[in-house]
Design a binder for this molecule. Structure first.
Ligand SMILES: [Zn+2]
Length: 70
């Protein structure tokens, strides 16, 4: 009597070289810094686009993160 066993599937985790990952990490890091600047520092008095639009759009996030507002 012979018994056959199914081969277990092998899973390979792809490795990503750091040289390919670094530009994307820098890009998304800069986007994150830009988002934090808009949430934390945009008060309407100094705004990249003038006016209160950005401040109003990120207002709830500002309170959620504990930045002083009003
Ligand atoms: Zn507020």
């Amino acid at each position: 009597m012979s018994q056959t066993t199914a081969a277990a599937p092998t899973v390979e985790v792809p490795s990503i070289p750091l040289a390919e990952l670094a530009p994307w990490a820098l890009f998304f890091g800069l986007l994150a810094v830009l988002a934090i600047v808009f949430v934390s520092a945009d008060q309407g008095a100094f705004s990249i686009p003038s006016g209160n639009a950005i401040h109003e759009w990120v207002h709830d996030g500002r309170h959620l993160l504990g930045y002083p507002c009003h």
